[in-house]
Write a protein that binds this ligand. Structure first.
Ligand code: CP
Length: 307
């Protein structure tokens, strides 16, 4: 069995296998659901979530897992129980895997060695591996490959775990990553070249706009929403400069009219809702990969460079 902390821990063959398995699940439709499975999986979300939480839960239901849903507000963490003791409790109850979102970057390091699989559903400003997987699937469905694509990642680069997970895996896969955003949110740890927003948007095959991570900022944003939109957002004017065939993505939740113009969210170029749909597929494949590594998820028919 395997943990999913960061895509850096997976080989390109394993990532390919998860993407291929997600596509296979899509092709199978409802016949791909497996309701006789009695594996117990717990979802521990210590930070708010809509997409990740409900797509993991949907994925678990489709795989036939028995689900323990946890609310930090009504759990014994309110009485001071630690994350370690909470997860140890899930292990004692018999959970085979836990899906965890937590504000602490690298929270999973304290849990290594426990007898259950851990899937990182977002650790502070660290990583968001299943978001990166669904972003990869969305890009691959569009362009069939990664090598040679130009991907622009724009916005709150310092506090976004999506920016880290996406920029690292896209670079590994041979994409040219362009980064842009306000100076105070620059993150020199990320692989990619810093350019202006206009340059990034005009050169990109894929434009990924990031949510502003207000909850992680030590100081309130100095700019107004309108000023941010005009300087760093995807305005309709900027979108008009995008290359033919290029697409717009956003991990969500989107602040309409700030990171991107509200009309662009559902425009023909946008893959915003496609990304959410793909989230269920990759989370089914990732859960299988983690809990049943001998399943098809780890075996890919494609060579990694072509994923
Ligand atoms: N993209 C993402 O993680 O969204 P949620 O916070 O709604 O899960």
């Amino acid at each position: 069995m395997a943990n999913l902390f960061s895509l850096n821990d997976l080989t390109l063959t394993e990532i390919t296998g998860i993407l291929d398995r997600a596509e296979h699940i899509r092709e199978m439709g409802e016949s791909g659901w497996m309701p006789s499975n009695h594996t117990l999986v717990a979802n521990l979300f210590f930070e708010p979530s809509t997409r990740t939480r409900f797509s993991f839960e949907t994925a678990e239901k489709r795989l036939g897992y028995q689900i323990l849903n946890f609310s930090s507000q009504s759990s014994s963490t309110q009485k001071g129980e630690s994350l370690y003791d909470t997860v140890r409790t899930m292990e004692a109850i018999g959970a085979k895997a836990v899906v965890i979102r937590h504000k602490e970057e690298g929270f999973f390091r304290q849990l290594e060695g426990l007898d259950l699989q851990i899937l990182n559903a977002g650790d502070g400003a660290g990583n968001h591996p299943t978001q990166a997987l669904l972003d990869l699937l969305t890009i691959r469905q569009e362009f069939m490959m990664f090598r040679g694509l130009t991907v622009a990642i724009i916005g709150d680069l310092r506090y976004s775990r999506v920016a880290r997970s996406d920029s690292e895996i896209l670079t590994r896969l041979g994409c040219r990553v362009l980064l842009s955003g306000p100076e105070e949110w620059k993150n020199t740890d990320l692989p990619g070249k810093y350019v202006s927003v206009d340059e990034a948007v005009e050169a990109a095959d894929v434009v990924i706009m990031l949510r502003i991570q207000h909850e992680r900022h030590e100081q309130a944003m100095r700019m107004s929403r309108e000023a941010y939109h005009n300087r760093y957002g995807l305005t309709k004017k900027r979108a008009g400069q995008m290359k033919q065939g290029s697409i717009i993505m956003h991990p969500g939740p989107v602040n309409r009219g700030v990171e991107m113009d509200s009309e662009l969210v559902e425009s023909p170029q946008s893959r915003y809702f496609k990304q959410i749909h793909n989230g269920v597929l990759v989370r089914m494949a990732a859960l299988e990969w983690a809990i049943h590594p001998d399943s098809q998820a780890v075996h890919s028919s494609r060579v990694p460079e072509s994923i």
